[in-house]
Each structure stands twice: as structure tokens, then as C-alpha cells.
Design a protein around this ligand. Sequence first.
Ligand SMILES: Nc1ncnc2c1ncn2[C@@H]1O[C@H](COP(=O)(O)OP(=O)(O)OP(=O)(O)O)[C@@H](O)[C@H]1O
Length: 331
Amino acid sequence: MIAILEKKIGHLTAEFPPLTGFFSDYGITFNDLHATLGDSLDLLSEEIYEDMGIDREKLLENLDGFLQRIALAEIDERPLVSDITILGGHDKSGTPEEVELTLVRGSITSIVGPTGSGKSRLLADIEWMAQNDTPTGRTIRVNGKKPDPELRFSLEYKLVAQLSQNMNFVMDATVAEFVFMHAESRMINTLDTLVADIIAQANLLAGEPFTAQTPLTALSGGQSRALMIADTAFLSSSPVVLIDEIENAGIDRKKALSLLVRKEKIVLMATHDPILALMAEQRLIIKNGGIHKIIETTGKERENLVRLEEFDNKLLALRTRLRSGELIEEL
Ligand SMILES: Nc1ncnc2c1ncn2[C@@H]1O[C@H](COP(=O)(O)OP(=O)(O)OP(=O)(O)O)[C@@H](O)[C@H]1O
């Protein structure tokens, strides 16, 4: 509520047009669109509140309820995405891609292939809900159907949340302020507990701990990524999470993926990292711009994952020794 009091009337009514009706029902019209809501309410005289039959506090309470109803109505209007389907197009040579692949919520798919083979292009096709209108000729279905064109070009509705290597914060805010801002803009109740949960989860993912009071600019690369992953898992309404290369990220990859699965996301990640690739249920092998093969992770591969993680930990330990100036003559 505090954040909304600091917003300008003009911005608020543009963001939530029904607000004008809410205030006029109380007989209030605001003339100065550049003034904040808080200042405008302060200008209302005692008599006006008396005429309305409520005080400032009660008016704000009603406003809060009204905004929540708008938010819920908006959420209801969004189709609940249970799955997406990729219908093949063609590779770079024009050879048809014989694929019809449905991805459901709570699943992880990895995308592997040589540099320049078309991994990012596949992620972009999903993000833009391609309709045979991208270089690959692919088509994306949402819940088995052609997505509504309005949805496709909507600025508010995002099918996809992107997590990428570049997550450096330049904002002058603490971790808590940043997460609060996100949670508040989504008008979610019980903000304090939610914000605390997100920061606690992010700490479980990051190697080195940070607190709610840590400035964003003081976070390491791994800590920033951990925060963004937890923030996306809890607060993003996008059903699909696309991850482009998060190896060497200084985060607990297994916990990060299982958090996204718990939050029922459809996870797709382009990766060269064997550990991440094998954590997925299936992997798409991209070759010459097309989906060349779909491999389901085998039981044997899952067993090997344990050994791969042991190798990885050994490499990590070597890195730590190297950093502290040791000679690496003994392994
Ligand atoms: N089926 C296709 N038909 C035509 N062009 C394609 C096709 N698939 C991918 N491309 C184009 O090939 C180029 C390389 O693709 P992309 O960047 O997706 O590769 P990548 O596998 O992500 O590479 P890297 O591993 O280096 O990030 C891009 O310009 C992309 O638009």
C-alpha cells in the first residue's frame, strides 16, 4: 500500500483505468495528475471524508481490496497454461523437422548442440510463440491450440521468463527492497513472509550467504542468479522458464531446478554442461538449425550423474586451491 501512495495519479489511472470509477463513486475527482496519490488524499478536507462516511484509513483499505479484485480478474482472464507444443519447421538447409513435442508443467528439457546450431533460436521461437513466421518455420501451440494473437503481442502477458548469464544489478537498493518491489507490483498479500521466503530460498541456492539488507550491487554473480531464480520461481506468472547457459554460475544447480519444478514451471535450458543436461528428463539435440533427435535421460545416465557431480566437486576444490595460491602438483 505504501508504494501505491507514492505513485502519481496520472500513472495510476493509466495503469488501472477502473480506479477513476472507484474514486468517483466516493465523489472524488483528482485534478492534479502529477501529484502522488498520498499527497492528493492528504489534500481532501475533513468534510469530504465526513460526506463519504469513511476515514482515510478505511478508504485505503477499500482501495486495496478493489486493486486485489482487479488483479484477480486479470489473472482469471489469462489462460492457464498446462502445456506447450513445438511443431517442427525445417533446418537451415530446408530439410523438414519431423517433430511434435509437448512439454508439460513441472518438466525439465535441456537443449544441446554445437555453437551456432540453433539452440537460442529454438528458445526464441518458444518465447515469441512462433507461427511459421520465424527463420525455422516452427509453430508453437499453447494448450494444444494456436495462441490468441492478442496474447502473443501483449506487453503484460509473458509466456516466458528468461534467466540468462547477464544478471548484474545496477540498482541502488537492498535485496529486500528489490524483492518487495516485485511482490508489491504483483499485489500479493502477506508480503513480509513471501519476501523472507524468497530470500531464504535464494540463500539455499547461492554458495555464499547474503541478507535482506545486502545492497544489490554487492551481490556476486552467483548470488544475483540465485536471487533471480528464486524471484522468478515465486513471483513470475510466466509458465515457461527459459535458461540460456547458466553453467559456472556459482549456484546449486540441482536445487535451482527442483525449485522451478516445484513451482510447476515448464523449464527449458540451452546448455553445454553435462550435469545440467542429464538433470533434465529429456534433451533435444540441435543440429544445423533443426531438432535432430530427442533423447530421454536413461537410468544409467542418472546413475552417472552422481559420479559427474563428484568430478565437478573435485574441479571446484581445485579451483579453490588455485585461487588461494596453491600449486596444483598433486591431484
Ligand atoms: N532452422 C533454421 N533456419 C534458418 N536459420 C536458423 C535456423 N536455426 C537457427 N538459425 C540461425 O542460425 C544462427 C545461429 O543460431 P543460434 O544463435 O540459435 O545458435 P546457438 O546454438 O544458440 O549458438 P551458441 O551456442 O553459440 O549460442 C542464428 O542466426 C539463427 O537465427
